[in-house]
Design a protein around this ligand. Structure first.
Ligand code: FMN
Length: 322
């Protein structure tokens, strides 16, 4: 844990995942101010739009934060990389594509590089190319997922066994139990998306937040598998439309149009759940409250410590019985 905190200049080993076009400096700065690493996402936004978000972010916090660049999604990749350097962004997180060609550029400019991966092969390549940290994202996670569909439980220990750089677990973590479990698997921190949607600082539509609060354990669904674009969303009228379209054999380009970032904004920001989708991970069924980000982090730290203490007592009892 300490390794991650020192590397990223943060207090707690908690990273906010990128949130594409609906990224908000309000939420990201709340994460950084609470001691984690807030993230500004870029999705399909233009470079000038992201620049405004960065300027806003820098006004709100002097603490470390990250810029998430999803490689195959970002239209002007070169421009986005240059923007990160122009604004001396402390950390860049690269996802959704091969990060190797870009890592040395950021390292030359003293920017720390996180690579989000979902397989050992890709993690090893990222390490070889100079990445500072691997975020291993399991299939439980909200949003675009890897077609490998490895769960966090199985992915993280295999990553830890195969790379020397720190590994952070993403996908299915939203409380102290998940954090403690991730540590047990060998992760040195966690990245969260879904849980942060239901926080006091979250700027998203109340219908999105309420969907999370009301979700049960089977409230998420995978869309896009038939067209090679695996995405986990919450069950809504719009998600039903996507599933029906896939059942009818929709062309990949038409599916792409049905799931573009504007459709995400319509669902998550405008709350029009019949016309746009909302990302949600399998942790949704455990989201039952709206804490501040700070309250969430403290529960996660103190709760995990308590869990480890209790488990130690359990082991001691076992030995005493022998
Ligand atoms: C609303 C939303 C949008 C997301 N957009 C992105 C993105 O643009 N880039 C990315 O790398 N991950 C994205 N993700 C995934 C998160 O960064 C994070 O890795 C994931 O949510 C962790 O799993 P969890 O949902 O179980 O917390 C998104 C997640 C959510 C909830």
């Amino acid at each position: 844990m300490r390794r991650i905190c020192e590397l990223l200049s943060i207090q707690y080993p908690f990273i906010q995942g990128g949130m594409g076009n609906i990224s908000s400096p309000v939420l990201a700065s709340a994460v950084s101010e609470a001691g984690g690493l807030g993230t500004i996402g870029t999705g399909t936004l233009r470079v000038d739009e992201v620049e405004l978000l960065l300027l806003d972010m820098k006004k709100r916090t002097k603490k470390a934060f990250a810029l998430n660049i999803p490689i195959t999604v970002t239209a002007n990749l070169k421009g986005m990389c240059e923007l990160a350097v122009k604004h001396s962004v402390p950390v860049v997180s690269l996802s959704a594509g091969n990060p190797a060609p870009y890592i040395s550029y950021f390292k030359q400019h003293h920017i720390k590089v996180i690579c989000v991966t979902a397989s050992v092969k890709h993690a090893k390549k990222a390490e070889l190319a100079g990445a500072d940290l691997i975020v291993g994202e399991g299939f439980e996670a909200a949003g675009i997922n890897s077609p490998f569909e490895l769960t966090t439980m199985t992915l993280i220990p295999q990553l830890v066994a195969n790379v020397q750089i720190p590994v952070v677990a993403a996908g299915g973590v939203g409380d102290s139990k998940g954090f403690a479990a991730a540590l047990a698997l060998g992760a040195e921190g966690v990245q969260m998306g879904t849980r942060l949607i239901a926080t006091k600082e979250s700027p998203y539509h109340e219908r999105y937040v309420n969907k999370l609060l009301e979700a049960n354990d089977t409230e998420t669904v995978i869309v896009g598998r038939s067209v090679g674009k695996v995405r986990r969303v919450l069950k809504t009228a719009y998600a039903d439309q996507l599933i029906q379209a896939e059942g009818a054999g929709i062309h990949p380009d038409d599916f792409e149009a049905m799931t573009d970032e504007e459709k995400h904004r319509i669902g998550a920001v405008e709350g029009r759940l019949e016309e746009g989708f909302i990302n949600g991970g399998q942790i949704s069924g455990l989201v039952k409250s709206i804490p501040t980000v700070q309250e969430l982090f403290i529960e996660m730290i103190e709760g995990a410590e308590q869990i480890y203490e209790n488990q130690m007592k359990g082991f001691n009892d076992l030995y005493l019985r022998q």
